[in-house]
Design a protein around this ligand. Structure first.
Ligand code: ATP
Ligand code: MG
Length: 332
């Protein structure tokens, strides 16, 4: 098993990132195989970004990943701008991917909003860079949240078509590896028709790793819900998406099933459920936040981790990039 996955340094790590991706990366570190985790800073610039803010975000996200349990001895942790093979391969792949395939990507539609012609070209072709990110290392499994499934399926199509075009097995088709249950898609606390996101303008929509205990509890208290008590079966949550999201979060952080959570809280209203959820979240997040503060105080150490990771990643990426150049008929 070769695991590759990334996260954009576009803001603070939130509960969706943790449950959908990061904590699974951490859990996979003790399995056999190789792991590459990267800060997708080349993706972060597809939308307007401030240079100083981006530099700060890369360090902050590195600290957050280490605090969450990513161990640079067990996994290669790096910033993908430190490995030129990523954008190089993205160019080769963008000459294989078809416009029609990219036109179907729902994330571009969501992120570009009403003014598609004002979106950067990079935002449109971002899934091709993402395909390069994972294919360079021969990823077999890409642990991501549900929102990235379509992009990884696109990467499979790109891998197959590149191999077909060159008549060589240059790339492995990567498979999305998505958590079971609600952890795969944690929704916004303000509107359960949108996923929780770093880029949501409302800070009340998400629980950030950097939120202090009181803020975590307040955000849960203010989360949108309905006045009905919790039902005793999952069917009773039908059409109650906000309620479903909170039950799903409780289940995911406690490692229990949603049915099990309902069995405990059936008949109780959110006045009782929300404080219990707030406590459970504080219990999970406070120790990670404490470690985050320690890492943050040591920027040299963070840079050293990224430098060492970049060196390993460059060495791992180069052979497959060279193979791709040769296979398609370029000088190498
Ligand atoms: P942005 O809004 O900048 O795109 P994001 O919150 O979507 O930020 P990403 O860096 O794009 O975060 O994604 C990092 C990982 O977290 C990906 O594997 C993604 O699938 C996962 N993820 C993001 N949001 C959620 C969510 N709400 N629930 C579960 N997983 C999520
Ligand atoms: Mg995203």
């Amino acid at each position: 098993m070769r695991i590759v996955s990334g996260i954009q340094p576009t803001g603070d790590l939130h509960l969706g990132n943790l449950l959908g991706a990061i904590l699974r990366w951490v859990a996979m570190q003790d399995e056999p195989g190789e792991r590459f985790f990267f800060l997708a800073d080349l993706h972060a610039i597809t939308v307007d970004s401030d240079p100083d803010q981006l530099r700060a975000n890369v360090r902050e996200m590195t600290a957050a990943l280490l605090a969450s349990g990513i161990d640079p001895e067990k996994s290669v942790l790096f910033a993908h701008s430190d490995v030129p093979a990523h954008p190089e391969l993205a160019w080769l792949l963008s000459c294989t991917a078809r416009m029609g395939w990219l036109n179907r990507m729902t994330q571009f539609k969501a992120k570009s909003g009403k003014h598609k012609e004002k979106a950067s070209v990079g935002l449109f072709t971002y899934p091709v860079l993402q395909a390069a990110d994972v294919m360079l290392y021969g990823a077999t499994h890409v642990p991501v949240g549900e929102d990235q499934k379509q992009h990884i399926e696109l990467a499979r199509d790109i891998a197959d078509s590149f191999n077909h075009r060159t008549s060589e097995e240059v790339f492995v088709a990567p498979a999305p590896y998505i958590p079971k249950g609600r952890a795969a898609r944690i929704m916004s606390l303000r509107d359960a028709s949108n996923k929780m996101s770093k880029s949501d303008p409302s800070d009340m929509s998400r629980i950030n790793l950097t939120d202090d205990d009181d803020t975590v509890r307040t955000k849960i208290k203010k989360a949108r819900t309905d006045p009905e008590p919790l039902p005793d079966t999952l069917d009773g949550l039908e059409g109650r998406e906000e309620a479903r999201n909170l039950v799903g979060i409780m289940a995911a952080i406690k490692g229990r099933s949603e049915e099990d959570v309902l069995a405990e809280f059936a008949g109780q209203g959110f006045g009782q459920f929300k404080p219990a959820l707030g406590d459970a979240l504080v219990e999970m997040l406070a120790p990670i936040r404490q470690r985050l503060e320690e890492y943050r105080a040591n920027p040299d150490k963070l840079d050293a981790v990224l430098d060492a990771g970049a060196e390993k990643a460059r060495a791992a990426a180069q052979p497959r990039l060279d193979h791709a150049y040769k296979a398609i008929g370029l000088r190498r």
